[in-house]
Design a protein around this ligand. Sequence first.
Ligand SMILES: [Zn+2]
Length: 80
Amino acid sequence: MDYGLISKIEKAKTYATEKERIQFDSFAVNVNGENSSHQVRFSSGDWGCDCDYFHTRGYCSHTMAMERILDQMLPRTVPS
Ligand SMILES: [Zn+2]
């Protein structure tokens, strides 16, 4: 391995432990729920999910699961 690559890997390790360096603009994931799969979206601070519960409440088990996975990297929709 060349020195340049070693340096990049070390920097990556540092960034991975300093989550405050990272802000999400948007992403979309599929969450395989107990009954069916749901698409969860995050864009400019707003959550979305195609499940019925989200449409009436603005949050759901799928968005809350992503909040827990990305702990402290995203704004919370409900208190933890
Ligand atoms: Zn949902």
